[in-house]
Write a protein that binds this ligand. Sequence first.
Ligand code: FES
Length: 122
Amino acid sequence: MTMLDELQNAAETLGLSRYVRHIFLCADQTEAKCCAKEAGLESWEFLKRRLKELNLVGPRPLVYRTKANCLRVCVRGPIAVVYPGAVWYHSCSPDVLEEIIQRHLIKGEIVEQYLIARARVV
Ligand code: FES
């Protein structure tokens, strides 16, 4: 199998071309700085569970999720960033993530209350 075939298979298996948004969450860090390690893990487990319950991942995926070791903000975490638009959020506890899921990931609205920064040009 060629490199291109391998990559195309991986992309097909993951459904990469179907994702509309991508959320990165700082969790399970080597060095937990923005929040306690337990808090990051709790948020990560919540995020995974809710995306699945809401059918935002799976056969017709909308949201791709990635656990980041550190997003370099390192205060007031867990920190998350959503693409497209590079929209950065702080204090991403399960309750805050629920709001981000419902308003941003599903409807495309920015949750101003937890916003740190966003790209000026998208
Ligand atoms: S440890 Fe979470 S952003 Fe750096």
